[in-house]
Design a protein around this ligand. Sequence first.
Ligand code: TXA
Ligand code: MG
Length: 350
Amino acid sequence: MKVKDTLILKVTDKLDKSDIENLTVAADILRRGGLVAFPTETVYGLGANALDKDAVNSIFEAKGRPQDNPLIVHVSDKEDIDKYADTKNPLFLPLKEQMPSPLTVILPKKDIIPSVVTAGLDSVAMRVPESVIARKLIELSGVPVAAPSANLSGKPSPTTAQHVISDMEGKVDCIIDAGVCSVGVESTVISLCESVPTLFRPGGFTLEMLQNLIGKVKVSDAVLSSLKSGSKVQSPGMKYKHYAPSKPVCLLKGDSEKIRAFLKQKYDTEKCAIICYDEDFDLSSDRVLLMGKRNSSKEYATRLFDALRKTDLINNTDCVYAVLPDDTSGISLAIYNRMLRAAAFNVREL
Ligand code: TXA
Ligand code: MG
């Protein structure tokens, strides 16, 4: 592929005069069919005008993404969802009231959305990001923005502009640098196109929040287990290998004292990297990535993809041990979902 000159623009969420100037430049690139990587509260996205087939095709090319994996359409105003999707389902209303948020809702698609966006499906994933920078960019562009995460396909999603630059420089027209994403895992994906609302991907908008708003929510089998070969795939993204560092990952759960002792022993005797809570390890070292306090997994989520990328960069290690949260409540369900895939479902109970 031809190497592009990638414009890198710094923007802050103050949205002052120079921020707006930079976002206007990026919005013009989007409108003219270019590719712009931009921050959201979850992860960085790789955006193109969702109504321009050629622009959308170039997203797949830049990422090396399989063509059968559909994209999320981002809009700046929730009232715009109606233009692109059928919003008649009464369960949509309570979800819409919570937008903007790290939540993506799958609805029946309207014809105006090109089939390349939805990989030929008759549904479309719609999201209004909470990030004021993302929404201002979309608003200034005047078009809906199709955007997957801005990583090379198969790599962890980018949560800093540096991650995007290392994956995408030379492949896209513009990268907006706004520092670290606050949520750190991709948006929650719920489908209203199944007989019962179904959670396809857990994220910062938790399952408990969804249940409070709309009652029964089915959790897709693929959230916490690997897909059996030949089983029906509800969301194409579930079937692809994701987030796998180059070294084998072993997940740990169980008694916290046993985990401490296990990690200390492995650290002393093996060339391993460690991902754990602050309480799990006394020493700070370049092989030990601390993920915040055990009683709040929010920080773990924010740092998760950065930690996975870092394990690839630590020299002279040949495996990774990573501690799982105590249970799957709240944001921890998203951590389990991502880490189980990173570890190819290799879990050790202590
Ligand atoms: O937080 C996020 O959602 C980020 C930011 C940029 O908004 N985007 C993101 O996009 O994570 P992506 O493409 O990496 O993940 C979208 C997921 C994929 O697993 C895809 O298969 C699924 O949503 N998806 C999209 N449209 C769908 C549809 N119509 N039916 C079922 N699954 C769909
Ligand atoms: Mg992705």
